[in-house]
Design a binder for this molecule. Structure first.
Ligand SMILES: Cc1cc2nc3c(=O)[nH]c(=O)nc-3n(C[C@H](O)[C@H](O)[C@H](O)COP(=O)(O)O)c2cc1C
Length: 450
């Protein structure tokens, strides 16, 4: 039944050769981030820093930075990650409340100094300071009392003072409601959880229809264990590495940033401020770092958008056989279709480009092109696309706020029809080795490259 906690998952990564362990002493200020960037582009594995300089707390990063590790997280074959993620996040399982959890092993409630305990990374050159980038913020809806969670970037501003980017629902909406009543919002900032809980925290809760704790239960195939906290009324994941209890204050906005974001650009906002009054952690805790703009960041964002947006598109476009998002922030949609008429790919391109501000470009290919292999998509563009005939350009569209080239969120969009013309099957027939030979050699050779 899934992993109980982050430690169990790290052990599985180690056993599967998916973990690089670094003994050198590296500083959380820039150096661990630099190593995560360097190794993301070279080894592609998760990284355990055993010696974060100045701390008695190891740091794990690039945790879910490959499809293979997402597959290990969900305990499925790599080709089934997306469909399992979609399926299981609909199979809701309610959390259970237990009386005690390992996260309460150490409780600090006096002279709070976040940076004394947590090796939060300063990631990019111009970042305003150390940021928590993998933090699940947990709170309760001031109206309904329902609990919710989401990942939100958090700047450590001072010993117990934080700045938070509470944009997305449900937490953004909870804070808004509390603030309208002039009240602070009690929060728990949760660091270092099992991969199902982490993935559920970034999943779309479909406009409030689904509860992310229940989605986490579905993803891991069993209930999340929560433990009550004394004074805030919140229930927190019992197996987390760290939990910080605090409040987001109403009526205050301060500069939060610059912060090197998922988009690959620095962003600064006027954002709410919080104070932390309690730090809880396990004995010998492990800190989960997430390097923005690394492969992991795009992979996670694409997973949630492919699963929510892809499901909608499949309903709208009967010819669609596969759908992927690629490029930073998923702004390029890859569409595989079973083409039945000339002109159809351009109609589909127009529909998709107009369907969301997120999608700036799109490519349509035939069913013999594997969307998980960008080399194949590029091959189809090079050999099946004629720019004078197959390019679609749309002007004056609503763009994505994180795209700095969009002028006040107004953008042009392009689409590429890289499908074969109908009726020219032999000219465009793709070379293949015989299936039987492939099956035979794959059963002999598989395992050699794991
Ligand atoms: C790596 C990562 C960082 C994120 N950081 C923030 C953030 O700082 N603020 C925010 O409001 N949402 C952030 N999100 C998005 C939310 O955590 C969550 O994915 C989003 O609310 C999707 O759920 P929804 O469709 O139900 O809103 C981040 C997501 C990811 C994957």
């Amino acid at each position: 039944m899934g992993y109980q906690n982050l430690r169990e998952f790290v052990k599985v990564l180690r056993d599967n050769g998916e973990l690089v362990e670094i003994g050198a002493s590296l500083s959380p200020r820039y150096e661990i981030g630099a190593a995560l960037r360097y190794l993301d582009q070279r080894s592609g594995k998760a990284v355990l820093f055993k010696n974060a300089a100045g701390y008695n707390c190891p740091v794990i990063g690039n945790l879910l930075g490959s499809n293979k590790r997402l597959a290990l997280a969900l305990e499925v074959e790599p080709e089934h990650v997306l469909e399992e993620f979609k399926k299981r996040t609909q199979q809701l399982i309610k959390p259970v409340v237990v009386s005690k959890g390992p996260v309460q092993e150490i409780v600090l409630s006096e002279e709070i100094d976040l940076l004394k305990v947590i090796p939060a990374l300063t990631h990019h050159e111009k970042d305003a300071g150390p940021y928590l980038t993998s933090a699940l913020v947990v709170a309760v809806d001031p109206d309904s009392g329902e609990r919710g969670m989401g990942i939100h970037r958090i700047l450590i501003k001072d010993k117990n003072k934080i700045g938070l980017f509470l944009y997305n629902p449900p937490i953004g909406a909870y804070f808004h409601k509390a603030e309208q009543r002039g009240k602070p919002l009690d929060i728990a900032v949760v660091l270092g959880v099992d991969p199902a809980l982490f993935l559920a925290s970034i999943a779309s809760n479909q406009g409030g229809k689904l509860n992310k704790f229940e989605m986490a239960g579905g993803l891991k195939g069993g209930p999340v264990e929560l433990v009550p906290t004394a004074d805030s009324g919140l229930e927190i994941p019992a197996q987390a590495e760290f939990v910080l209890l605090g409040k987001v204050l109403p009526g205050i906005r301060e500069s939060e940033g610059p912060f090197g974001e998922s988009s690959g650009y620095y962003l600064t906002y006027q954002n709410p401020v919080g104070v932390i009054h309690t730090i809880m952690h396990r004995q010998e805790p492990l800190y989960h770092a997430l390097m923005p703009y690394n492969r992991e960041n795009s992979l996670l964002l694409n997973l949630i958008w492919e699963s929510s947006y892809g499901t909608t598109l499949k309903k709208e476009i009967p010819q669609l056989t596969d759908f992927r998002l690629t490029s930073v922030l998923g702004m390029c949609a890859l569409l595989q279709i079973k083409k039945t008429a000339e002109g159809q790919p351009k109609e589909i391109l127009e529909h998709v480009l107009k369907s969301s501000p997120l999608i700036k470009s799109a490519v349509v290919v035939d069913t013999d092109v594997d969307l998980s292999d960008l080399g194949e998509v590029s091959w189809a563009i090079s050999t099946r696309f004629q720019p004078h005939r197959d390019l679609l350009l749309l002007n004056d569209m609503t763009g994505y706020p994180l795209d700095p080239s969009a002028d006040n969120s107004v953008t042009s969009k392009w689409g590429i029809d890289a499908t074969k013309p109908l009726g020219q099957e032999s000219l465009f027939e793709k070379v293949e080795v015989p299936q039987q030979a492939m099956q035979k050699v794959s059963s002999i050779l598989q395992g050699l490259f794991n």
